[in-house]
Design a protein around this ligand. Structure first.
Ligand code: 4NP
Length: 153
């Protein structure tokens, strides 16, 4: 199964989701069954590693973030089985590039798998403090577990 996580810059939330998902797959011996990537709807940070603050907070949980930022493209609907977006704006921007109902069905919102947060979006931590980065990690950890459950793992 091929899974793509998407946010705006591809330096904070979607790299965190990608790293957390890879970490959980590794812990469960499922790595060989998945291809995992992340992308941003913007081109602002293309080529960059994940934000140093995001890497620092993930590292404290023993999670590495291997991503290099790239922009989401329409062809990602063909490449990936599931495209997991972080907020409503990401959803709308990806939807604009969808060409069919099949494409649209691949689009899922991470927050829908994070009931403990009580939030409908994964908040953008970029301009905030440490608590925002912790909140992203809490949400994507819960979300990744629930996505695996949804997919029968
Ligand atoms: P992300 O966070 O979408 O979670 O990667 C952001 C990173 C950069 C910017 C906005 C959000 N920016 O405006 O540069």
């Amino acid at each position: 199964m091929k899974v793509l996580f998407v946010c705006l810059g591809n330096i904070c939330r979607s790299p965190a989701a990608e790293g957390v998902f890879l970490h959980v797959l590794d812990e469960r011996g499922l790595s060989s069954q998945f291809v995992v990537d992340s992308a941003g709807t913007s081109s602002f940070h293309v080529g960059e590693r994940a934000d140093a603050r995001m890497r620092e907070h993930a590292g404290r949980r023993g999670i590495e973030l291997p991503s290099r930022a790239r922009q989401f493209v329409a062809n990602d609907f063909k490449t990936f089985d599931a495209i997991i977006v972080m907020d409503d704006s990401n959803y709308e921007n990806c939807l604009k590039l969808a060409k069919s109902d099949e494409d649209q069905k691949r689009l899922l919102k991470m927050a829908d798998f994070c009931p403990q947060s009580g939030l409908s979006e994964v908040p953008d931590p970029y301009y905030g403090g440490a608590q925002g980065f912790e909140q992203v990690l809490d949400m994507v950890q819960e979300g990744c577990e629930n996505l695996l459950k949804k997919w029968g793992y």
